[in-house]
Design a binder for this molecule. Sequence first.
Ligand SMILES: C[S@@+](CC[C@H](N)C(=O)[O-])C[C@H]1O[C@@H](n2cnc3c(N)ncnc32)[C@H](O)[C@@H]1O
Length: 403
Amino acid sequence: MRFHHNLVVATTQALHNIFNDGKYADQAIQKILKKDTRWGSRDRAFIAETTYDIVRYKRLYSAIADVQEPFKPQDLWRLTSVWIILKGHDLPAWEEYYNTPVRRIKGRFDELRKKRVMRESIPNWMDELALNQLEESFWEKELHALNEQANVVLRVNELKTDINTLKEKLVAHDIATDISPEFPNALVLRERANVFSLPEFQDGLFEVQDAGSQKIAPFLQVEPGMRILDACAGAGGKTLHLAALTQNKGQIIATDIYSSKLKELKRRARRAGAHNIETRLIDTTKVIKKLHGKMDRILIDAPCSGLGVLRRNPDAKWKLEPQFLETIQNTQQEILQSYSKVLKSGGKLVYATCSILPSENQDQVKIFLESEIGKEFELEEEKSLFAHLDGFDGFYMARLSKK
Ligand SMILES: C[S@@+](CC[C@H](N)C(=O)[O-])C[C@H]1O[C@@H](n2cnc3c(N)ncnc32)[C@H](O)[C@@H]1O
């Protein structure tokens, strides 16, 4: 493989912004990619994939390279040298790589890979937390799968097109995709491509959404004409899916505590031709109280650790803190307790997370069902998706019905 100096420079800049300045990996990479319009798709893919890989394996690579945060410029070059060597390539003859101890790097890797926390590159506390809740061999397989690169998956917007028509349109752009019967609206790209620049994206024919995530809106069993609350709507990934499933009929109220996210949701809804969505900012408890007893369905896509989506957000391994887990679990229960009151009798609630930890999933549902408010509910069905079993991101969903 031939390496280009300017692309590795760009990679070290992205790494500096992520590791030393605390920027989110996806945003830091997007910013760097805008720097040079002459870069082609392969150059961009190199910068993005190399940066993500080094973020993913930060603990392992920095131990091998014997460097510590905050990383100096030469430390970041050392990290890239470890990446090149472990990928089985020869180091380019650049001055930044003079005197790199190639044999020592390989030796350190062989030694360190014996320990899971090093091999899979994860903080000790996170490994221990998962081990307390999941069987060890299961966790090991899942953790390994969570370190793989995620597929690019599209959700076809059935308000505007159908899966076969979209598949054909993508072929015209040289983008080959696969359909899986398990995920009826999902097109999985065979190779990564910048789908956001396609006219079909601008026209709202699809959204980028992991296949596992596409299981959640249908799990709510919605029908056209229903009144639905998408309580933690964020930028609306699942709201848009709900709009398609209800064929734009009925009312979807999308709420969140951040107005910036709801603003983005509105923009996406316009592009998707989703007309039955209304956004409401939760700035006081009154917003939810006004809806008490009025809704047929509620989706609680709860804030969580995001441990199921580490393939997409590997920097979460380094940004999450143990205290956050405690706080977020309290928030999850509070949301369940207070927002579930919006349901009419006979209504249904889906509680979902992108976590694989039972403490954020089954345990929360159990605590809720045993509580005073929860006594009015029955668990209909629950489902867990795991990266190593299902091939996509990790998710949990539980459907409860109100008596
Ligand atoms: C998992 S994300 C939602 C993702 C979104 N449903 C989607 O499909 O793109 C969780 C969301 O919950 C929001 N949130 C956090 N605390 C909340 C609260 N108390 N009430 C409502 N939303 C909350 C966060 O701002 C975040 O957007």
